[in-house]
Design a binder for this molecule. Sequence first.
Ligand code: GLA
Length: 387
Amino acid sequence: MKQKLLDTFKEKYGYDTGVNVYFAPGRVNLIGEHTDYNGGHVFPCALTIGTYAAAALREDRKLRFYSMNFEEQGITETSLDELTTDIKLGWTDYPRGIMWAFEGRGLKITKGMDIVIYGNIPNGSGLSSSASLEVLTGYMLSDLFGLNVSNKDLALIGQYSENNFNGCKCGIMDQFASAMGKKDNAIFLDCNTLEYEYAPVKLEDARIVVTNSMVKHSLVTSAYNDRRNESAEALRCLQTVLDIKSLGEINEAEFEANKHVIENEIARKRGKHAVYENQRTIKAVAALKNNDIVTFGKLMNESHDSLKNDYETSCEECDILAETARTIDGVIGSRITGGGFGGCTVSIVRNDAVEIFKEKIALVYKEKTGITPEFYVVDIGDGPHKL
Ligand code: GLA
């Protein structure tokens, strides 16, 4: 992979001295969906697929970007003086946003750069291709300019940039999972405090299978931002009777005892999901620690149902994938993962059932939707690094 990036760099920019190659992973979230911005817990893991960059410093302030995933767009040329939110330049807004956020924090970017990007996360799959590009850029800048930014700060800068440069009010999960990833471990993160713990994912006779629905419904960003507002409304109502700062602070019983103060039915459903999903995540991690994978799977299924019925961020295609998965022997649990409205499901499948799983899901899904899904039997990888 390194050579492929170096070759492309030479071909596009005509030189090959002073070029460094970096990688940052995508992520899959095992459980804890739409809980991050509600002050709850999440349980994602970094993948071995992600985004790569080959980059070299220039002597002027010019920035040149080339993506091997968008070859038809050619080289985008801009400069450090054009790092403003009112200039929009397609996919380069992600790396440009990180440079802008570095500058905003007083982390000086003093020279221009030539950059080649390549990602092997399927686009729009909900496996955090954007967060991996953000963390990758931060890691690269920190190294090229000797800034020693911690991986935790890379996650925070990534989220800040996505919120304020790219306009998606995402939580911290994706950037944190990418920046803090650890091979064979998932990250149990308390998004209220950013305290975290690595939990080994020892599935022994099972694998994590990601199924790509191959659909991404429109208005994802606006629907996502709506969910944030609706759960914020649930919180505001509960705060009239409870002394809390986030939905992550209460359990199911406290929610049930006070939910009547949330008059708007939609907000009540959103609040319910946020509270119950957070508790499910805490229980799921405890189950995994006890090697009780069956309970873990059951909680994954409940998570999907809650995202479908109460949070309404699933979609028909992902419901078919998750619900068909449950009918297959050897499937421990299955749910939609990530922001929703399309993208992927994540399933835990016994080794000897993986082939049957793929066959049966592909058949049923194609029959019902006309679409051929993709499957990725994934491994849990490390955070960003230099190659
Ligand atoms: C997207 C966001 C995350 C998180 C998930 C839902 O991936 O970027 O912050 O909110 O959706 O769990």
